[in-house]
Design a protein around this ligand. Sequence first.
Ligand code: IPM
Ligand code: MN
Length: 357
Amino acid sequence: MHRIAVIPGDGTGPEVVVEGLKVLEAAASHAGFSYDTTTFDFGGERYLASGETLPEGAIDELKSFDAIFLGAIGHPDVRPGILEQGILLEIRFALDQYINLRPVKLYPGVECPLRDKGPEQVDLVVVRENTEGLYVGSGGFTRKGTKDEIAIQESVNTRMGVERCIRYAFECCRARDRDRKLTLCGKTNVLTFAHNLWERVFNEVAEEYPDIETDYAHVDAICMWLVKNPEWFDVVVTDNMFGDIITDLGAMIQGGMGIAAGGNINPEGTSMFEPIGGSAPKYTGKNVINPLAAISAVQMMLEFLGEEEAARRIEGAVIEVLSTGKVRNLSAGKMGMGTGEVGDLVAGYVSKGVPGV
Ligand code: IPM
Ligand code: MN
C-alpha cells in the first residue's frame, strides 16, 4: 500500500493533479497495487484566508507519507516569495529532499524547437542540488532604504551537501547506462569558493566511478550547448540556482512546460513529485492547461515507489498520445482538446495498453 499526500496547490495545479490521479488510478488497477491519497489544501487561498503557509505539524505529517504529489504553488494575490518559501522550499528543505531530478527527454511526435534535433539527441537528466546554495535565504540588508544600502545574499555550500548530490548524480548516470557521462555545471572562474568546492568533490568522487566519463562546463556555455548540441549531455549535476535556470531551458527543448516533470528526492525519506511549470494563473479553470507534465510526475513517483512496470506503462501511454499526433501542440490552449480529455486519453492507453509496452 502506497500512502500518497496530494497538494493540488494554486492556479492550474488542481486541474492537472486531477488528471495525474486519473492516470494513477488506471495504472494501479492494471498493475494491481493499492494506494491511498490524502489531500492537503496548502497554497495561496489558504494563506489568504488564514495567514498561514504551512500549519503547525504539517511537516511531520507529510514525512509520514511514502510520496507527495504536488500541483503548483504560486498565487497572483500573494507577494512573490511568501508561498514559495513558506510552502515549496520549506517542504524541500524540511524533508531534506536534497536532489531535484529533472529529466529532459524529447518524445517522438513532439516538435522540437531546435532544427535537426530529435528524440535521439534530446535525452538527458539534470541532477540539481535542492537544499543549499543561494536558496537557503542567508544574507540581509544593511542601511535598508537608504542610498548606502547593501544587500547580501549568500550561497551556502557544505561539503556534505555537495558530496551527497554529486554521489547521487554518479549513481544516476550509472543506472541510466546511456552514455555514462556526467557533466559538472558551474562557474569555477567566478565562484572561486563555492564552485571550487564542487570541483574538488566532483574530481574526488569521480575516482570511485572509473566507468563514468566526466566533463565540466560553465553554466553559460551549458546554456549555449543545450541549444546547439543537446546530444553532448547525459547527466548534468549542478547547484540549486544554476539547476533552476538550466532546467527551464531544458523544458523548452523537450517541448515546453506542458511536458516537463521533476522529482524532489530524499532517497531515504519522503520525496515529492511535481510538474515544473508553476501555477499558470491566467489559464486557471479554463480546461486548457496541459496535464502531461503532471502525468509524467506521477510516472516518476511510481518509479521511485518501485512500481517500475506501471511507470513504464504510463510513459508508453504518453508516447502513444504524442506520437499519434493526438495532442496537436503542448502549449496551454493549443492542444486541440481539453485538459480532461488529454488525461482520459492517457488513462485509456494505460488501461488498454499500447503495442510494445
Ligand atoms: C522550480 C521553481 C522554484 C525554484 C520557485 C517557485 C521557488 O522555479 O521549482 O524550479 O526556484 O526552485
Ligand atoms: Mn524553476
